[in-house]
Design a protein around this ligand. Structure first.
Ligand SMILES: Cc1cc2nc3c(=O)[nH]c(=O)nc-3n(C[C@H](O)[C@H](O)[C@H](O)COP(=O)(O)OP(=O)(O)OC[C@H]3O[C@@H](n4cnc5c(N)ncnc54)[C@H](O)[C@@H]3O)c2cc1C
Ligand SMILES: *[C@@H]1O[C@H](CO)[C@@H](O)[C@H](O)[C@H]1NC(C)=O
Ligand SMILES: *[C@@H]1O[C@H](CO)[C@@H](O)[C@H](O)[C@H]1NC(C)=O
Length: 510
């Protein structure tokens, strides 16, 4: 690189860095004050919202294993969504059933590598979570004001929205953050210039920089317990930096201080098990001293998504998920279009819930490696039935008037028919459904919505405190026993804010 190149590189780095007006520290040269009211593990979707909120009143240490997304166009630009999987900010893995998946490994977590779609949970799900609907609303709005907006649709997404309405996914809900049965255009983390707004922007918008230390490249290897007390009590954590040096961070000696795990539905159970909290049998097999026997990692779930690649006859704008068809029977239909400027779309149906669950188990003894993850996609016949229903809607959608410019007559339909030949209607429904069921299983993929590995009543109480321990809580997708909304990040981020407000108000009024 010549002098001029160097000048521009420095200039660009400074200009990009200026976009994030909050100090970020590196683990290898961090100075720890060891007086923390809260140590949060994981600066992901939920963890950033929680850290920003708790820092309004308390000393907070946020430890994130990845780096910063802010100077990195592969993560920050909408047109690079698929290239983002090649970046260090994504940790790819394959489930035991052979489905490719990914985890965020960067500040912002999943919200720094995801498709950006924003859908609140419906009122029934807020009630099921035991949350106060008015407080939940306030928490959604807190995040939306800083990082969400409604997109203007291009021709494909617009036709997709109209087509869903045309085939009966009604009413037409227009553009809204809220979730009802019908077809909606939802919110997005991407702004109108295609720039991502990860949940870590909530730190820049709301956190108190005097109270919050954000440390990058800090991989937490262990929660430290004092087990001389009546219950194992979290007192701090151990973490490793990218040079391999080990550090220890400690809570202030105050029984209200807490270690809070926000390392995701995969990272949180993994860390708990590596720390000695998990299924005793499994920990013994791995040679880990058992501190507490709990069903950590059991019942993790991911919403099966079955997809269809649809080449188009006319140009398609690059767009990630912007529209959702919300059917009354629990299938959510969404589409990515013009990916990497390819002329076509990927249309998905995703199953609500789901009913099928699996497990997370330790594989390597190095926590930086992925654990073994099983989801048992479509094991429960109800999940499969919902997929069949969703694919029936997608087949009708492909034949709709609105979608005509964006399909090709040679399209292979999931039922085995060709789009251009009007023979589908001559087959008995049972035959079509059987073919669609086989297609669901053969073409299962993920929308990366894993959750439920540390459920309420099994691993945590209603306040998300880890059962049988003191000063240890989980606030992330692990505690959800279903995936909220069509896509979960809105509700995970809302929960980070909500729990931050709850913890603060309980502590300040006690
Ligand atoms: C490719 C992709 C596309 C998606 N698209 C959408 C979408 O369009 N809409 C939507 O709503 N949802 C989407 N999601 C899902 C959404 O991003 C996740 O549900 C959400 O990010 C999960 O939030 P979380 O806080 O539970 O975990 P994460 O956001 O995953 O955060 C966990 C954080 O903890 C860190 N961590 C883990 N272990 C450790 C450790 N030991 N020490 C320190 N740090 C650690 C991780 O690096 C990460 O930053 C998508 C996800 C992916 C991967
Ligand atoms: C939550 O906010 C939405 C949108 O502003 C509103 O329609 C809804 O009635 C609110 N719900 C409650 C319980 O306040
Ligand atoms: C930030 O925290 C410090 C230390 O607790 C406090 O003095 C200051 O008033 C806070 N700033 C804001 C804007 O709340």
């Amino acid at each position: 690189m010549g002098i001029l190149g160097l000048f521009f590189a420095v200039f660009i780095a400074c200009a990009a860095a200026a976009e994030f007006p909050f100090p970020l520290q590196e683990a290898h040269n961090v100075e720890l004050t060891q007086d923390y009211d809260y140590i949060i593990v994981g600066g992901g979707a939920t963890g950033c919202a929680l850290a920003a909120t708790l820092s309004e009143n308390f000393r907070v240490l946020l430890l994130e294993r990845g780096g910063s997304p802010y100077n990195n166009p592969l993560l920050m630009r909408v047109e690079n969504f698929f290239l983002g999987f090649l970046d260090d900010g994504a940790q790819n893995f394959v489930t035991t059933e052979g489905v490719a998946n990914a985890r965020g490994r960067v500040l912002g977590g999943g919200s720094s590598i995801n498709a950006g779609f924003w859908d609140r949970a419906p009122a029934s799900e807020i009630a099921q979570l035991g949350l106060d609907p008015v407080k939940a609303n306030t928490s959604y709005t807190w995040a939306e004001n800083a990082i969400v907006s409604l997109p203007v649709l291009g021709p494909f997404q617009s036709a997709f929205h109209k087509g869903l309405v045309e085939v009966g996914v009604t009413p037409d809900l227009g553009a809204t953050y809220e979730h009802f049965v019908g077809t909606k255009t939802g919110g997005s983390l991407y702004d109108s210039n295609g720039q991502r707004r990860p949940s870590s922007n909530l730190i820049a918008a709301y956190a108190n920089a005097t109270n919050l230390q954000v440390v990058l490249h800090a991989t937490v290897t262990k929660v430290q317990f004092d087990d001389g007390l009546s219950k194992p009590t979290a007192i701090g954590v151990e973490f490793v930096d990218e040079l391999g040096q080990i550090h220890a961070a400690f809570l202030k000696a105050d029984e209200r201080s807490e270690v809070i795990l926000s390392a995701s539905a995969i990272g949180t159970p993994h860390l708990l098990m590596m720390s000695g909290v998990g299924p005793a049998e499994h920990l013994k097999q791995k040679g880990i001293p058992v501190i507490l026997d709990l069903p950590v990692g059991k019942n993790i779930a991911d919403n099966p998504a079955t997809r269809l690649y649809v080449p188009s006859m006319s140009p398609v704008e690059p767009a990630l998920v912007q529209v959702a068809g919300i059917t009354p029977f629990g299938s959510y239909i969404e589409a990515l279009s013009g990916v990497q400027n390819l002329q076509g779309s990927v249309i998905f149906q995703k199953v609500v819930g789901p009913k099928s669950t699996g497990e997370v188990l330790i594989d390597s003894m190095d926590i930086r490696q992925n654990p073994s993850v099983t989801f048992n996609y479509y094991k429960d016949p109800e999940d499969l039935q919902i997929c069949v229903g969703g694919l029936n809607v997608i087949e009708e959608l492909l034949l709709s008037k609105s979608m005509t410019p964006f399909v090709n007559g040679m399209q292979a339909m999931p039922s085995g028919n060709i789009l251009g030949l009007p023979i589908r209607k001559f087959y008995p429904k049972e035959m079509i459904d059987m073919a669609l069921g086989a297609y669901c299983k053969a073409n299962v993929g993920t929308m990366w919505h894993y959750h439920g590995s540390c459920r309420v009543g099994q691993v945590v109480d209603a306040q998300f405190k880890v059962l049988g321990t003191e000063q240890l809580r989980i606030v992330d997708g692990s505690v959800f026993d279903f995936c909220p909304g069509t896509n979960p990040q809105a509700t995970f981020i809302m929960t980070g804010r909500y729990m931050g407000v709850e913890i603060t108000s309980r502590r300040l009024t006690s």
